[in-house]
Design a protein around this ligand. Structure first.
Ligand SMILES: Nc1ncnc2c1ncn2[C@@H]1O[C@H](COP(=O)(O)OP(=O)(O)OP(=O)(O)O)[C@@H](O)[C@H]1O
Ligand SMILES: [Mg+2]
Length: 723
């Protein structure tokens, strides 16, 4: 690329006073000349002026806010070199390429460069008058003594004008993406005392901000913070458990949006492949992208997407960091992200051109359980030290904010902004999230979920009983089983070391690198978890069966959960007088008899299914079931039932169960003499326990019948469209 002639004004600026160097007029001219943008955005100018005057500056700007400009303009306004620290080679490559295309002398140093290319850069740096204006490096390189001594030489020659730390939140262990190598940047100040430091990030809560400033030993730093608000992004959550087919819903949505550029994030590689295949089959131009593909494949997917040959990319979180495509119209999370910070960063890749865009999150109960499992185990891979427990606790607390975003009522935008410590006025959103635009619809959706899932908080804003942080305390009160016990027994499955090393090596080789740290861990853990369940099915004879065994403690906790559900059922039904403890014990026994040998997963599901059934069943059905189970297990449970319904003698014939296997123990049917006609038997026709989606759909159907038909169906229809 041909080098652009230097802006004539540049030379003049260099000779003028500091104030003139920092004048808005001069800086805007540089911006227009090199970047063709008419004016600065947000607080860019303030940041640029601060560092040019020699002051440290902490710059918190939203994703896509234009942080890079805050160090690129100073590099052009002042003689000397701007050192830029970046967490990813892909990010450096992209920026350097874009700058070179504009004729700006930028380079990066990384392991991916050939020895020749590196030598050329070093020669330039060692020369009397280096031509390089921006030098991008990794934090790891800065930590090497060789490179530090090179930097000191440049500094001693008065050629180091600014140190910019991009994605500065990586410094803080409180941040969502802590990188230990970033921590070592704390030595920069003592080695290079007078060089101003500019720290840039889009995602830092106040605690992280302070940590960054302290670690870098920034002095009297100008703290520039713009709102995290992304007014051009519409936020919406859809509930997988209320949709008949989430794949179809997404596919219809994408088709209705036309030929737009989309990123879909999935938790697992297999899900990326699967969803991508499904969307392609429905005629959507689509490709999967994840670390499981080889370099060539990934590069080709990326190139096709950047050049608009492919419209939709279905990817793991490895995708998108540092990819500056401005016209992404939808960022869809097909699985819940691990924290609000990750969600903000990923959804923030939509609408970097400031045009209307959408963040669409599909929330599902299974996804929540899976993520909780992963987060609980990410700290326990190697040790159970207090540090690792603390980090697990932090991860789960962070995840809880995401749950609140999905399960809570109220403005989504407000939830995002408040999670970053911002005060938000009620009018800020202006109907740019589903909760504010369609409050009744969202409320009804949450109600559906609440009715289905909640045992305790009738009408409360939280759908599920147990928050992640509650769960850490060790209680298993959620209707939906959590995997604490499995997690504690599955450490060897989680540390899948060989595979882990292979992934790490692949990452190191790959051109577009995945972020190190938690994301990588997540990836390994996902596979470990899959393997765990595979083993659960295939290694029944091996020692893994023990891990899958159902302990007394677990059975006790299931009984407790069932008892809670029974209490709720009793309150709801008003008139039943159920002997709680014995009934819970009966129901648990029923689950255990049926699935105790099959393993925890099935047992858990059966308990959950029974609890779900208890939230909707009527008195007769409840009594019938308890009595039937009682008969089957020869336990005396419900004194009240004994009075109101004459139980058959133990030897008496009992009606053949007409329900699905899902419902109650087969033991009941086993004691029926085959020659006894059903009509003569005691009427114990048990209601089938619906699956989750059957349950939700039946509620909808009931509601439709009860005169709300028109309103509700138009609501459901609306629900499937992004507004
Ligand atoms: N003043 C400006 N006017 C118009 N466009 C701008 C301006 N400053 C930057 N941009 C453009 O905005 C886009 C986003 O900029 P940039 O990549 O620096 O954002 P960022 O704040 O670093 O985002 P992220 O947190 O995602 O890294 C880029 O395409 C950039 O060229
Ligand atoms: Mg950036």
């Amino acid at each position: 690329m041909e080098k652009k002639s230097p802006l004539p004004l540049n030379n003049a600026i260099a000779n003028k006073k500091k104030e003139q160097l920092c004048s808005k007029e001069s800086l805007v001219k540089i911006l227009r000349w090199h970047f063709r943008y008419p004016d600065f955005r947000g607080m860019q100018l303030e940041a640029i002026q601060a560092v040019l005057s020699g002051r440290d500056c902490f710059c918190l700007m939203p994703t896509g806010g234009g942080k890079s400009m805050c160090y690129q303009i100073p590099a052009l306004a002042k003689t000397g070199i701007v050192l830029v620290v970046c967490p990813l080679i892909a990010l450096m490559e992209n920026q350097v390429m874009a700058l070179k295309e504009k004729g700006i002398a930028a380079e990066f140093l990384s392991s991916t460069k050939t020895a020749d290319a590196k030598n050329k850069i070093h020669e330039d740096l060692d020369s009397g008058k280096p031509s390089i204006r921006l030098l991008y490096v990794t934090p790891e390189l800065i930590a090497t003594p060789g490179f530090m001594s090179k930097l000191k030489k440049i500094y001693s020659r008065g050629l180091l004008s600014l140190i910019a730390i991009d994605e500065a939140h990586c410094i803080s262990s409180w941040g969502h993406d802590f990188r230990p190598s970033y921590r070592k940047l704390s030595t920069l100040r003592s080695h290079l005392p007078d060089v101003p430091i500019l720290a840039l990030t889009a995602t830092a809560v106040p605690k992280v901000q302070k940590d960054v400033v302290d670690s870098l030993q920034m002095q009297n730093a100008l703290m520039l913070k713009t709102s995290f608000n992304r007014p051009n992004i519409y936020y919406e959550v859809r509930y997988k458990d209320l949709l008949e087919d989430a794949y179809a819903d997404l596919s219809d949505t994408l088709k209705s949006m036309g030929d737009v550029c989309v990123i879909i994030y999935c938790l697992e590689r297999s899900m990326c492949d699967d969803l991508s295949a499904h969307l392609s089959q429905s005629g959507i131009s689509c490709a999967a992208y994840h670390a499981g593909l080889n370099n060539k494949m990934r590069t080709s997917v990326l190139d096709d997407w950047i050049s608009s040959k492919t419209k939709v990319v279905v990817a793991t979180v490895a995708f998108g960091y540092g990819i500056d495509r401005k016209d992404v119209r939808i960022v869809c999370h097909f699985n819940i992200p691990k924290s609000m910070e990750s969600f903000y960063q990923e959804s923030g890749r939509a609408g970097r051109d400031q045009l209307p865009s959408t963040s669409l999150l599909y929330y599902g109960v299974d996804d929540r359980k899976r993520m909780e499992f992963i987060l609980r185990n990410s700290g326990s891979k190697k040790s159970q030290s207090s540090n690792s427990q603390e980090s697990t606790r932090m991860s789960l607390t962070a995840f809880n904010q995401m749950l609140e975003y999905c399960e809570g009522s109220g403005c989504r935008r407000k939830k995002i902004l408040e999670s970053f410590g911002e005060q938000v006025t009620a009018s800020l959103c202006g109907k740019t999230c589903d909760s504010c635009r369609h409050p009744n619809l969202v409320a009804r959706n949450l109600e559906d979920l609440t009715a289905a899932c909640s045992l305790r908080q009738k009408g409360g804003s939280r759908v599920f009983i147990t928050s992640s942080t509650d769960a850490i305390v060790g209680e298993q009160l959620s209707e939906f089983w959590n995997r604490d016990e499995e997690a504690s027994g599955s450490e060897e499955d989680i540390s899948d070391l060989d595979e882990g090393n292979e992934v790490v090596n692949n990452l190191a080789r790959s051109k577009v690198q995945s972020r190190l740290g938690i994301n990588e861990k997540l990836d390994l853990l996902q596979r470990a978890e899959e393997k765990y369940y595979r083993n659960e099915n295939t290694n029944k004879q091996s020692n893994k069966v023990d891990k899958n065994a159902i302990s007394d403690a677990l059975r006790g906790s299931s009984r407790q959960r069932l008892q809670n559900a029974l209490k709720q059922a009793q309150e709801r039904l008003g008139d039943s007088k159920i002997e709680m403890e014995a009934s819970a014990s009966l129901l648990e026994d029923e689950c255990y008899k049926k699935y105790g040998k099959t393993g925890k997963s099935f047992y858990y599901s059966q308990v959950a299914s029974t609890i779900r059934w208890l939230t909707t069943t009527n008195s007769d059905n409840l009594m019938n079931r308890l009595r039937a189970v009682d008969v089957s297990s020869s336990l005396n449970v419900i004194s009240e039932v004994e009075h109101s319904l004459t139980p058959p003698p133990a030897s008496a014939p009992c009606a053949k169960e007409e329900t699905s296997n899902e419902v109650s123990g087969n033991a009941a049917t086993e004691i029926i003499p085959s020659d006894v006609p059903i009509e003569n038997s005691f009427n114990t026709n048990l209601p089938p326990i619906p699956s989750f989606s059957e349950f939700v759909n039946s509620r909808k159907a009931k509601r439709d019948q009860s005169g709300d038909t028109k309103k509700h169906s138009s609501r459901v229809e609306k629900k499937t469209r992004i507004q």
